[in-house]
Design a protein around this ligand. Structure first.
Ligand code: GDP
Ligand code: IMO
Ligand code: MG
Length: 421
């Protein structure tokens, strides 16, 4: 049974590493206990994979409650969303029989335009060897326009003249950088055409979420990216451009901290990162290769191989604090089956002295690795944490001790039912 949230409160699911922890998979599992699943930040830089039976979906914007027919799906005001990307996702969902009338988008969400994606790619090229390794979707430039008060929101879409004027203004000083990039007038025409199709989904986002909470509807909030990619507290500048922490759910949906119930952290049983930046527990050897192979660690959005390493307890403790976690869900434990010994990074040292996650980017950083006995059993059929083989159970217990919050669920496969609690 899923435990659903307290009356008037929304529960939050966030990733506590560098993204791709399996948030979508956990949200899909939990969603049956909720009426609404809501995204609060990011855009189609996210790729959330859910699997039910033979059906696998990789969602970018639409929340991962989509395969729960009774859930409404809300894209909150803190997101930045490409019109073409959203329409393509809605079309693909409709084609497999999903009722897309359940999808609502806040009038406060900002639009990502093709010129944002072009600017993202140009800025990455200009950085050369110092590139961040973005998804190239225009997320950073769209948030820049939002903060610079030059953005265009979903709520603006019905004001055709305003949209056209603002696009013209935004394109001043942004010369067309490639033949694929639409011209100014094409951008305006495409936006206004998309606006007609999107209009039925646009709602007053603040009224929507508050009406829901006041009427006792159960809300599950789905984070995107991961804690260590947060623009304020992640491994800056190798981060995304939004607040990915649980606190971002408040500003991203327009609710106060008192409206938050439980905060559930999704924790991959090892660590991965896609893109550049510090990764103290990274394994540049056969063990890292093996994690990539067994965990099929290739990006959902870009197909890039993910960098792999051991679970990092220093990073995880930092993330527990930043999010105020109530509990954790550990994912991909099955991927560790067959390793003779499994490592956990338990400490960082610099010049021989213990240091915290804030030193993750320092050159000369050394990591302390604790090795735990592995297991070779196929654990994908286990449904109770207590039924795991002793070594796997001991590993989960060790993670729980290091995190300092209860591990309530352990995922052992990508399919919805492959989970122990
Ligand atoms: P998200 O961005 O946090 O939603 O995670 P992604 O969907 O990008 O990446 C997680 C990947 O691991 C997806 O391919 C999932 O299907 C897969 N996955 C999730 N949980 C498990 C699990 O417990 N075991 C295995 N083997 N795969 C999993
Ligand atoms: P989900 O929700 C993993 C990473 C990119 C890059 C950095 C900045 O699926 O966990 P951006 O395009 O956001 O400007 O890129 O952030 N990144 C992710 N990595 N999972 C994600 O989302 C990510 N979203 C962004 O790889 O390093
Ligand atoms: Mg992902």
């Amino acid at each position: 049974m899923n435990s659903a949230c307290a009356a008037g409160k929304a529960d939050v699911v966030v990733g506590i590493q560098w993204g791709d922890e399996g948030k979508g998979r956990i949200v899909d599992y939990l969603a049956s206990g909720y009426d609404i699943v809501a995204r609060f930040g990011g855009g189609d830089n996210a790729g959330h994979t859910i699997r039910l039976g033979d059906r696998t979906l990789a969602l970018r914007i639409v929340p991962s409650g989509v395969l729960n027919p009774d859930c409404e799906l809300f894209v909150g005001g803190g997101t930045v969303v490409s019109l073409a990307g959203l329409l393509a996702e809605l079309d693909a969902l409709r084609a497999i029989g999903v009722d897309i009338g359940r999808v609502r988008i806040s009038d406060r969400a900002h639009i990502v335009f093709p010129y944002h994606a072009a600017a993202d790619r140009a800025s990455e090229a200009a950085r050369g060897a110092a590139a961040i390794g973005t998804t190239g979707r225009g997320i950073g430039p769209a948030y820049v326009d939002k903060v610079a008060r030059a953005g265009i929101t979903f709520g603006d879409l019905h004001r055709r003249e305003v949209v056209a004027d603002r696009i013209r203004m935004n394109l001043l000083g942004r010369p067309r950088s490639s033949a694929e990039m639409p011209t100014e007038e094409d951008t305006i025409a495409q936006t206004l055409e998309a606006a007609e199709r999107i209009a039925p989904h646009v709602v007053d986002g603040v009224a929507y979420i508050h009406d829901a909470l006041e009427n006792g509807r159960k809300v599950l909030i789905e984070g995107a990216q991961g804690t260590l990619l947060d623009v304020g507290y992640g491994t800056y500048p190798f981060v995304t451009s939004s607040h990915t922490l649980a606190g971002g759910a408040c500003t991203g949906l327009g609710i106060g901290p008192t409206a938050i119930g439980r905060v559930i952290g999704v924790v991959k049983a090892y660590a991965t990162r896609v893109g550049a930046g510090p990764f103290p527990s990274e394994l540049d050897d056969e063990r890292g290769e093996r994690l990539r192979r067994q965990g099929v660690e290739f990006g959902t959005v870009t197909g890039r191989p993910r960098r792999c390493g051991w679970f990092d307890a220093v990073a995880a403790r930092y993330a527990v604090q930043l999010n105020g976690l109530s509990s954790a869900a550990v994912t991909k434990l099955d991927v560790l089956s067959g390793f003779e010994r499994v490592g956990i990074v338990t400490g960082y040292r610099l010049n021989g002295l213990p240091v915290g996650f804030g030193s993750a980017a320092c050159s000369g950083l050394e990591v302390e690795v604790e090795e735990i006995e592995g297991w070779s059993d196929d654990i994908s059929g286990v449904r109770r944490i207590g039924d795991l083989p002793p070594a796997a159970r001991a590993y989960v217990k060790r993670l729980e001790g290091l995190l300092g919050v209860p591990v309530e669920r352990v995922s052992l496969g990508a399919e919805r039912s492959e989970l122990a609690s």
